[in-house]
Design a protein around this ligand. Structure first.
Ligand code: NDP
Ligand code: 2IT
Length: 452
């Protein structure tokens, strides 16, 4: 890396030596920006990179709540308000025991450039808690959400900061969070996205991330004269993003043979048909069960439990395309080698930062098309932006209209990242393309607004 980008990276390493995920996100980003930094003296002069890697505001707070047996429980809550350069802070909330400041900051950092790519006026933020919703009753989840929002509500608002869902935060949690915000502030506004359709939610928001991932991957494939129809796909995870990725892949004629959760994976050679996907949706979203039960219900399905010390078996199956939709760093070096060996031609990142730096290099070095998360999973936040627009206008758009807008946004993203790749890096390097295209707009907005 050039002196300047290297200096910014070393500053991050020195300031936050224990924030591995944040360092990784900054590193990949700087690798791309390094290719254009010499041509942008104003970026250096205005210390844009130094400012981009320092959140505008970090909020951390105690979340006390009472469990079903009457005991007091304490969790930690976060909201990282990373950048308001191009709009109000916008990004999801993650409830998972692994949540820490590094993970929150990496997600908030990625969100800034992803939101920029959507073309909508949204800044970047992320939040959440180390609360584990697994095994909790609805009443416990409600009490936790109410306590979380009792503090968070003083920091957010429809023109300030608009949270949404992420891992462990779906329709149920957004409903409880919205109810508490409304009660405390005595205000019915679009302060959260991903709301239920009966109280200001948008059509297609639940589907948006998965659908968008498939739309963008399809655009990349078509650009290469390839297609989804008749091809075999690997999908990891079995939550929101994974489910709607499978739905859209099926609709476009592909066959999906895997799903997973943190306990293990299923391999269904015959394919996860729409009927079987319906079973998965009820299993995961209503019964809150485990993917293992899929293998007990259907014949000819293999269940492989997860051993975190071994390569992830999802990526060791022969297939054409792979869609990681679970979590960060789920594709490591050995997994990338397996994907290459198994003939996978495209990896579409539904999850945020699913590939380690090494894995990304192996994939791209072997000619695998990589649709990077900032572009590939931007459909979720894009439809969140459309939900904000509908809320402001006190309107609700049809499914067809929102789906069309989503397709237009994903096609624009494809064009922008391809152009940026060709202009500033090399053809098909969508990682550089997404980082550079996302960066340019935020950088210009920051320069225009002075030192804030
Ligand atoms: P969900 O909570 O709905 O599903 C998460 C899935 O990933 C579950 O199957 C879960 O398994 C699995 N998972 C979570 N953590 C781990 C882990 N540490 N190891 C292995 N498996 C794990 O979340 P989403 O589908 O919403 O999110 C999935 C990914 O997509 C995340 O990276 C998120 O940041 C990203 N994303 C989500 C968007 C959205 O709109 N929801 C938008 C853009 C990106 P288990 O049930 O065992 O925990
Ligand atoms: O990572 C993400 O883009 C999300 N979790 C969705 C954020 C949003 O505000 O819809």
């Amino acid at each position: 890396m050039r002196d300047e980008t290297q200096r910014v990276y070393e500053h991050v390493l020195k300031t936050d030596p224990d924030q591995k995920e944040f360092q990784q996100a900054v590193y990949t980003f700087l690798q791309s920006i390094d290719k254009i930094i010499d041509e942008l003296p104003e970026v250096s002069y205005h210390k844009i990179l130094e400012r981009m890697t320092e959140p505008e505001r970090m909020i951390m707070f105690r979340v006390p709540w009472i469990d079903d047996s009457g005991r007091v429980q304490i969790n930690r809550g976060y909201r990282i308000e990373m950048s308001s350069a191009i709009g109000p802070y916008k990004g999801g909330l993650r409830f998972h025991p692994s949540v820490n400041l590094s993970i929150m900051k990496f997600l908030a950092f990625e969100q800034v450039f992803k939101n920029s790519l959507t073309g909508l006026p949204m800044g970047g933020g992320k939040g959440g808690s180390d609360f584990n919703p697994k095994g909790k009753s609805d009443a416990e989840v409600m009490r936790f959400c109410q306590s979380f929002m009792t503090e968070l509500c003083r920091h957010i608002g429809p023109d300030t900061d608009v949270p949404a869902g992420d891992i462990g935060v779906g329709g149920r949690e957004i409903g409880y969070l919205f109810g508490q915000y409304k009660r405390i502030r005595n205000e019915f506004t679009g302060v959260l996205t991903g709301k239920g359709m009966d109280f200001g939610g948008s059509n297609i928001r639940p589907e948006a991330t998965g659908y968008g991932l498939v739309y963008l991957s399809d655009a990349i494939l078509r650009g290469k004269g390839m297609e989804l129809n008749g091809k075999t796909c690997l999908v990891s995870g079995s939550g929101n993003v994974a489910q709607y990725t499978v739905e859209k892949l099926n609709a476009l004629g592909a066959k999906v043979v895997t799903l997973s959760d943190s306990s293990g994976m299923i391999y269904d050679e015959a394919g996860i048909t729409p009927e079987k996907l319906g079973y998965v949706m009820t299993l995961k979203n209503v019964k809150r069960g485990r993917i293992k039960e899929y293998a007990e219900k259907y014949n000819g399905v293999t269940y492989i439990p997860r051993n975190p010390d071994e390569p992830n078996p999802v990526w060791n199956i022969k297939a054409d395309y792979a869609f990681p939709c679970a979590t960060q760093n789920e594709i490591l070096k050995a997994d990338a080698e397996n994907l290459v060996r198994n003939g996978v031609k495209l990896v579409g990142e539904g999850a945020n930062m699913p590939c380690s730096v090494e894995a990304e290099n192996i994939l791209m070095g072997n000619g695998v098309l990589l649709a990077p998360a900032k572009a590939a999973n931007a459909g979720g936040v894009a439809v969140s932006g459309l939900e904000m627009a509908q809320n402001s206008a006190r309107m609700s758009w049809s499914r067809e209209r929102v789906d069309q807008e989503l397709q237009n946004i994903m096609n624009n993203i494809y064009r922008n990242i391809s152009e940026a790749a060709e202009t500033y890096s090399e053809k098909d390097n969508y990682v550089d393309g997404a980082n550079i295209a996302g960066f340019m707009k935020v950088s210009r907005a920051m320069i225009a607004q002075g030192y804030v």
